[in-house]
Design a binder for this molecule. Structure first.
Ligand SMILES: [Zn+2]
Length: 97
């Protein structure tokens, strides 16, 4: 599990799985004041695993209000055995506290 290409990709078992430039709906009150943050993901800062949950910290910008910053840890997928399953992209992602 690592971050590739200066934060452009998250790689799982040397397979590129999650990329930047996606729009994530976030429940991230620390990042901006919108009820939900529509975050354009610009850069993965770090990736980690907590149990079977893959989490990342990302730098991005809210397209609604323009606030930019680095998020806390956000679950993006799960590891089952050696398989990676991404969390439903349309789901609201919550920053873990
Ligand atoms: Zn916002």
């Amino acid at each position: 599990m690592r971050v590739l290409d200066d934060g452009a990709w998250i790689s799982v078992n040397d397979d590129r799985k999650v990329r930047v430039s996606e729009l994530w709906r976030l429940d991230a009150p620390d990042l901006c004041e919108c009820a939900l943050t529509d975050l354009v993901v610009e850069n993965f800062q770090s990736v980690g695993v907590d149990g079977s949950t893959v989490e990342v910290r990302v730098y991005g910008q809210c397209i609604a209000c323009g606030a930019a910053g680095t998020t806390g840890w956000i679950p993006v997928g799960r590891v089952r055995g050696s398989e990676f399953a991404e969390i439903d992209r349309s789901a609201v992602r919550r920053v873990r506290r």
